[in-house]
Design a protein around this ligand. Structure first.
Ligand code: ZN
Ligand code: ZN
Length: 345
């Protein structure tokens, strides 16, 4: 196997297959996360995120004073990566990756399922597919943008349900029990969420994939940049790792209604009751704006993160993060209505 990060002595571990497997997965985690376009911690996004922080550091003396020290201290405050919550983030990122081969199958399966289903409906209603239009650069561009917008809408629908349906919240809560916001929180996700989210994204994007398959010759060629889908690449270049940033970087009231800013997502992670179930957008804030769940951020905000401040941390470590959601479901099993409709605790 070719690895960008090929310094681990895998060949010397031939006599210990389990250890060799472990190191191979570790290498592949680093490859996929940091060096592959579309990786959660893609180095390009990491670099541009540092660039955005450099601009913030230069323009905002109040932020410089708040986090103290030089630029490095500003980007990585004391205790940033050693906080108990961040250690759980790191563990979840790693263990999730180790079990990911089984989970990723869901992406492919539901992607094909919804598109084929919709295509079948279109054939039944409108007759055989013409499949006569040739792809041109502007139709490819339009398809790429609509695909990205629908995928983001699918994410919002999932995220809304993950907050309002108790059985789903039990799993999504793992993301919200982070007490410190670092880019690693993006991977603080329960595997059940990783299995369910693609269902919503794929259902949404099938609304453009099926018509494309119906009218055009061949499948839609994706427009890519830096080895990733164009729109995702543009957000990566804009520094999307800052969505989980400690600095309340905000785009200003107008742009914050369209695009999610780091300060917008900070509010999503707030323990304050008035912030619960707000700002659920992935990249676009328009869904929250449309459905009345947008709270505009403020670049002076000072937010405390977590699930609730009147209860102890529900996921103090890795084992609790994985198992507590199932315990929550088990507790409510005798009263199944509680799994689907909210109740006050
Ligand atoms: Zn959430
Ligand atoms: Zn988050």
């Amino acid at each position: 196997m070719n690895s960008t990060f090929d310094i681990l002595p895998v060949d010397f571990l031939a006599d210990w297959p389990w250890l060799a497997w472990f190191f191979r997965r570790l290498q592949s985690f680093v490859d996929v996360s940091f060096f592959d376009g579309g990786g959660r911690y893609y180095w390009v996004s990491g670099l541009t995120s540092l660039g955005v922080l450099a601009i913030a550091y230069t323009l905002r003396p109040d932020w410089r004073a708040r986090w103290g020290g030089g630029f490095l201290r500003f980007c990585f405050p004391a205790g940033f990566f050693t906080h108990r919550s961040t250690v759980t983030d790191i563990q979840l990122n790693l263990v999730n990756y180790f079990i990911s081969p089984g989970i990723n199958i869901m992406w492919r399966f539901t992607g094909v399922f919804f598109t084929i289903y919709l295509m079948t409906v279109m054939v039944a209603v409108f007759g055989p597919p013409p499949q006569s239009l040739e792809w041109a650069w502007w139709t490819i561009l339009g398809y790429t943008v609509v695909h990205a917008v629908l995928s983001d809408f699918g994410y919002w629908v999932w995220h809304y349900l993950a907050h309002t349906v108790p059985a789903l919240w039990a799993f999504h809560k793992v993301h919200h029990s982070a007490e410190v916001l670092t880019p690693l929180v993006a991977g603080r996700v329960h595997p059940v969420e990783t299995i369910l989210l693609p269902v919503f994204r794929n259902a949404a994007v099938s609304l453009v994939m099926a018509p494309a398959l119906y009218f055009f010759v061949g499948t839609a060629p994706a427009m890519t940049l830096l080895g990733m889908e164009l729109v995702g690449a543009l957000f990566a270049i804009a520094g999307d790792q800052l969505f989980h940033a400690h600095v309340p970087i905000s785009w200003g009231d107008r742009l914050n209604r369209v695009f999610v800013s780091p300060a917008t997502h900070q509010i999503h992670h707030s323990v304050a009751r008035q912030h619960w179930d707000k700002n659920m957008g992935g990249y676009l804030a328009v869904w929250d704006w449309m459905f009345g769940t947008l709270v505009l951020p403020d670049s002076h905000q000072d937010i405390r993160y977590g699930v609730r401040d009147d209860m102890p941390q529900p996921h103090p470590g890795l084992i609790a993060a994985y198992l507590q959601p199932f315990a929550d479901l088990w507790r409510d099993l005798p009263r199944p209505a509680r799994l689907f409709w909210r109740h006050e605790e």
